[in-house]
Design a protein. Structure first.
Length: 513
């Protein structure tokens, strides 16, 4: 079997290659990469984080797995005295969904036992990995938070200052946790791992219980699918922001492959307002799918959110049998809640920071509720090609993907060239601006800035390619004269690579001419 795989770190891609060599398909390759990323990219994803994914079967059915964490059942008691939702610390932590999400993905069609991925990652945690450029940037940006938490400090600043690029990062406690999960993945929710995490959270003032962890299950459902310019776009349902991406794509679309950049800007600004007005957890009455798809909202609904640079990783894989998977996993802000449990080596996310104390908000905090999610995987299927993609990029993920995915559906366009194009994002506090601002990389056209200014939006510039413009991972399966052709690309802003691996050889993009 041949598999195309893209991920933001070479060690993760290598783990996926080993899974394919053991008989794995696209699901197995993606899962192996995803587990390894919790070791090599712990500032962006961890066992203490969440996951949202899409799986396309060979029969053409696309399924969403939303492993978004839930608030503790006693959170209303804790919140009774709050004036704002905490951005850091134990109260910002919801029950981590990532391990349950992996289990569900494996159940949907994996060939290789998930314990192999856990074992592979455990070995890397024990032996040590090199600090990547991305991790180095995060350690510098979040130096104060890393040094303030004893768990983070012991792992990432063992000599008193944060590790730097190329240094060896060893995580023996995380390795031991991964080995426990290899024996029983539900240990994350019902065993020693869960007990340790609950104890660590309660010691820091949290109201989490073992029952909160034990009752956690991800949501598996049909993807939200709509036709856009003759192609079937599939996204995850709320609390994922995926429907906003669909709304933007539909509003900006025209008969060709790529909409005019100004139309994407206009649709994205409508998407910013729609997300603020209508995105939340449907299970607690906090989402309006139709309004998100229509981009219904008034600009006054827009409000700032916490800065979340370097928050996420995406993995994309597709094989020649027709399995495709895109998974996005995250700790929200870099290093999440600023907590690493020393007993397990697990970094805990701060997804709960996206809740609101306003009872009229779709993101209102409630026991067992899931916060609105920035994670936005997408699969687009057309007669000539299937595109599987995801990205890091905080709240900007829909606008990033809306700029790129239409071009990716053109089977004649090289994927790496599309990812290399300059791009823009829209945000406020998450991009370091007091109010809503369009921020563009060098080379973005004047028509984009003109569309933003026409809408009353300030325009700023990144000095060079920037992490905030997203790390996109994409694979594509297209028709060829001798059968399916698999391709992939990894964003040049990250530390990753894409491969096409099969029984006989592996092809890296840098080998191609």
């Amino acid at each position: 079997m041949a598999v195309a795989l893209a991920a933001p770190h070479r060690d993760a891609v290598a783990a996926g290659e080993r899974a394919v060599a053991a008989g794995g398909n696209a699901l197995d390759a993606a899962l192996a990469a995803a587990v390894m990323l919790t070791v090599v990219y712990p500032h962006q994803c961890a066992l203490g984080g969440d996951l949202v994914a899409l799986v396309r079967s060979p029969g053409g059915t696309t399924t969403a797995v939303v492993a978004a964490g839930t608030a503790p059942r006693a959170i209303d008691r804790a919140a009774a005295t709050w004036t704002a939702v905490p951005r850091q610390g134990a109260h910002a932590v919801t029950v981590p969904g990532i391990v349950a999400g992996w289990l569900e993905l494996a159940r949907l069609g994996g060939n290789v036992p998930l314990r192999a991925a856990f074992g592979d990652a455990a070995g890397a945690a024990d032996d040590g990995t090199r600090v990547s450029a991305g991790l180095d940037r995060a350690l510098r940006a979040r130096r104060a938070a890393v040094l303030a938490d004893p768990g983070l400090r012991a792992v990432f600043a063992p000599g008193g200052e944060p590790l730097t690029r190329g240094a060896t990062l060893r995580q023996p406690a995380l390795g031991a946790t991964l080995r426990r999960l290899a024996a029983d993945p539900r240990d994350a929710y019902e065993g020693d791992t869960a007990r340790a995490l609950v104890g660590a959270l309660r010691a820091r003032g949290g109201v989490h219980t073992l029952a909160d962890f034990a009752r956690y299950r991800p949501e598996t459902s049909p993807a939200v699918t709509r036709e856009v310019a003759g192609r079937a776009w599939s996204v995850a349902p709320p609390p994922s922001v995926g429907p906003v991406l669909l709304g933007v794509a539909r509003a900006a679309a025209h008969a060709g492959f790529e909409p005019a950049p100004a139309r994407v800007v206009e649709a994205s600004l409508a998407g910013v307002a729609a997300r603020a007005a209508h995105l939340g957890d449907p299970r607690s009455g906090g989402a309006d799918l139709g309004a998100l798809l229509r981009l219904d909202a008034a600009p006054a609904a827009v409000g700032p959110e916490p800065r979340a640079a370097g928050d996420t990783v995406a993995v994309a894989a597709i094989d020649d049998e027709g399995w495709g998977v895109t998974l996005v996993q995250s700790v929200f802000q870099s290093f999440g809640a600023g907590l690493l449990d020393p007993r397990t080596g697990v970094v805990l996310h701060n997804r709960g920071a996206a809740f609101s104390l306003d009872p009229a908000s779709p993101a209102r905090l409630a026991p067992g509720a899931r916060p609105p999610h920035t994670l936005c995987p997408v699969i687009v299927h057309a007669a000539g090609a299937t595109v599987v993609a995801g990205c890091q990029g905080g709240r900007a993920q829909p606008w990033i993907l809306a700029q790129l995915v239409p071009a990716m559906t053109d089977a004649a366009r090289p994927l790496d060239g599309i990812l290399a194009r300059p791009r823009w994002v829209v945000g406020d506090v998450d991009l370091g601006h007091a109010g809503l601002t369009l921020v563009a990389e060098p080379g973005v056209g004047d028509d984009v800035a003109a569309a933003a200014r026409a809408a009353g939006l300030p325009v700023a510039r990144f000095p060079a390619r920037d992490d905030a413009a997203g790390h996109v991972q994409v694979v594509r399966r297209r028709a060829g004269p001798a059968g399916p052709v698999l391709e992939g690309a990894s964003d040049p802003r990250a530390d990753g690579v894409s491969v096409v691996v099969g029984p006989s050889r592996t092809r890296h993009p840098e080998e191609e001419t």
